[in-house]
Write a protein that binds this ligand. Structure first.
Ligand code: NAD
Ligand code: UPG
Length: 332
């Protein structure tokens, strides 16, 4: 298929673009490199450096590919819980307004399929876990609220204009694939930060909150391997039907506390990794664990890399590659 990937210079978008290219799709990436980086765009993709909302109309008119687009995979977004509490304008404008422009451009150029990166953050603090797609959506931060607003907009575009769309509500994505992994301009995610401590780039990892009502007082998250996530995007493209908006949770179904993740990183790296307690981070829910049964039964999704040590060990390999590349750049 001829596909537009927004946010393909970022973590999840670059891994998915890599897998799409491997499966023979034609990929155009649009990214403004606000949090991603140019080197992450996989070889073989056409790269347009621009704001996705502003560039969508021209790209989807066929300008970059010489042909009609058959789908959009929309990863581009601001996606940090804490930042969304302090700078909500980045989220309402950067996420919602950008996506509305993309939806309009898709409608104008009759692009039939959309796969959207939604999130566990749409649910807020769940009353029960694991979280199913039928649980109430009551986001605890502007990031989750912006993604939920987009999900609602997509539903109405599907019903009114015949778009076929899938919102994939990822839980915590981690791990790496080939030369693609977490390498943001400013890193705030737990696993890459812990691995930076293991590399000696940071002194310690801060544990945000040790007074949550969980088994060791630290927050619980459900970690999904980025390659399993990429597979779900391919299945979603295939399952797309005009007029239908499918919503699917994607996680491994198992929750790990922050301390358990640090322990897994110590096990995999063999390094001590000092940790220190710090206050809770604004907007964080205590526990997010997915039920992915709907994706498994309806999309035929079958996650293969669910063990936390496998996820951490792929992320560790990537972090070491990054360290080697930085060393080579300094010595040249
Ligand atoms: N990483 C996770 O754990 C996780 C979990 C749930 C959902 N998500 C969603 O997955 C998507 C990708 O997340 P990620 O972790 O890869 O983030 P990321 O920050 O690594 O990648 C986002 C990319 O989008 C680009 N971008 C942002 N706004 C843009 C705009 N207006 N125009 C063009 N490019 C723009 C950035 O430069 C970056 O390259 C996001 O939509 C995020 O909300 C991520
Ligand atoms: O230095 C750190 C960084 C994080 N954490 C904690 O670790 C957990 C995971 O944090 P992080 O890796 O930043 O991910 P989340 O805030 O859970 O958010 C991710 O996962 C969500 C889905 O669950 C997505 O919506 C978001 O886009 C994505 O950033 C949270 O409890 C954090 O408070 C720490 O204790 N110390």
């Amino acid at each position: 298929m001829n596909l537009l990937v927004t946010g393909g210079a970022g973590y999840v978008g670059s891994v998915c673009a890599t897998v799409l290219l491997e499966r023979g799709h034609h990929v155009v990436v649009v990214d403004d490199v606000s949090t991603g980086n140019r080197e992450a765009v996989p070889e073989g993709a056409v790269f347009v450096e621009a704001d996705a909302g502003q560039a969508a109309d021209e790209i989807l008119s066929g300008g970059c590919s010489g042909g009609a687009f058959e789908g959009v995979l929309h990863f581009a977004a601001r996606s940090l819980v804490g930042e969304s509490v302090t700078d909500p304008d980045l989220y309402w404008h950067g996420n919602v307004v950008t996506t509305l422009s993309i939806l309009e451009a898709m409608r104008r150029h009759s692009v039939p399929r959309l796969v959207f990166s939604s999130t566990a953050a749409t649910y807020g603090e769940p009353a029960t876990v694991p979280i199913t797609e039928d649980c109430p959506t009551q986001p605890t931060n502007p990031y989750g609220a912006s993604k939920l607003a987009i999900d609602h907009a997509i539903t109405s575009y599907c019903h009114a204009y015949g778009l076929g769309a899938t919102s994939l509500r990822y839980f915590n994505v981690a791990g790496a694939y080939r030369s693609a992994g977490e390498n943001r301009v400013v890193e705030t995610h737990l696993i890459p930060l812990i691995l930076q401590v293991a590399m000696g780039f940071r002194d310690s990892i801060s544990v945000f909150g040790s007074d949550w009502e969980t088994r060791d007082g630290t927050a619980v998250r459900d970690y999904i391997h980025v390659l399993d996530l990429a597979e779900a995007h391919l299945l979603a493209l295939d399952a797309s039907q005009p007029g239908r908006h499918g919503i699917y949770n994607l996680g491994s179904g198992e929750g790990f506390t922050v301390r358990e993740v640090i322990e897994a990183c110590r096990r995999v790296t063999g390094r001590p990794i000092p940790a220190k307690d710090a206050p809770r981070r604004l907007g964080d829910p205590a526990v997010l664990v997915a039920s992915s049964d709907r994706a498994i039964t309806e999309l035929g999704w079958s996650p293969k890399h669910t063990a936390i040590d496998k996820i951490v060990s792929d992320a560790w390999e990537f972090t070491q590659q990054l360290g080697d590349r930085a060393h080579a750049a300094r010595s040249s």
